[in-house]
Design a protein around this ligand. Structure first.
Ligand code: IMP
Ligand code: MG
Length: 179
């Protein structure tokens, strides 16, 4: 896709190599027991499918729909569950798989909600982390890449539902960063 507004930040090869490493680390950290990957829709679905295939052990996969952002780039601060899980988390090791941690509002809310479902353990894996933007504390156990405060698209991440199917993660230029 040639689009003058897009600048590659992380190439597909770099993303895939990092996910393979993450899969190996996470596999080592969970040698036994039921491990549930919870994909936060829609952005994390590309990351989840690659991370699950990089694992050296069985994983359960489930999906949760959460919306915090409207059609643009700023967080409304409101978190809404749009699709709940199908499988019970009771007694299971749970890894929330997220595309990016920005303000932390989404995951901070979600973690509190999931703790009430009595998992044996609960951790977060995020492909991207923008630590400068944090408003709420979020303990992220596995981070793919820390990135600067720039709005990125591709590999699941969208701007108004566009650009999700790019292979690379790109900075979307020409649109104000702090709306
Ligand atoms: P938070 O609640 O502010 O941490 O936002 C998390 C959600 O905002 C992510 O799951 C993304 O869907 C979205 N988001 C945050 N930063 C970006 C970005 O740079 N590009 C695309 N989506 C983003
Ligand atoms: Mg998301």
């Amino acid at each position: 896709m040639t689009d003058p507004k897009l600048r590659v930040l992380l190439s597909s090869a770099k993303i895939q190599a990092r996910i393979r490493e993450m899969g190996e680390t996470i596999s080592r950290d969970y040698p036994a027991g039921n491990l549930h990957f919870i994909c936060i829709l829609k952005g994390a679905c590309f990351f989840l499918t690659d991370l699950a295939r990089a694992m050296k052990r069985d994983v359960f996969v489930d999906f949760m729909g959460i919306s915090t952002y409207g059609k643009g780039k700023s967080s409304s601060g409101e978190v809404k569950v749009t699709k709940d899980l199908d499988i019970s988390l009771e007694g299971a090791d749970v890894l929330v798989v997220e595309d990016i941690v920005d303000s932390g509002i989404t995951l901070n809310y979600l973690i509190h909600m999931l703790e009430q479902r009595k998992p044996k353990s609960l951790r977060i894996a995020a492909l991207l982390d923008k630590p400068e933007r944090r408003l709420r504390p979020v303990p992220v156990s596995y981070v793919g890449f820390q990135i600067p405060d720039q709005f990125v698209v591709g590999y699941g991440l969208d701007y108004a539902e566009k650009y999700r199917n790019l292979d690379d993660i790109c900075v979307l230029e020409g649109v104000g960063e702090k709306e």
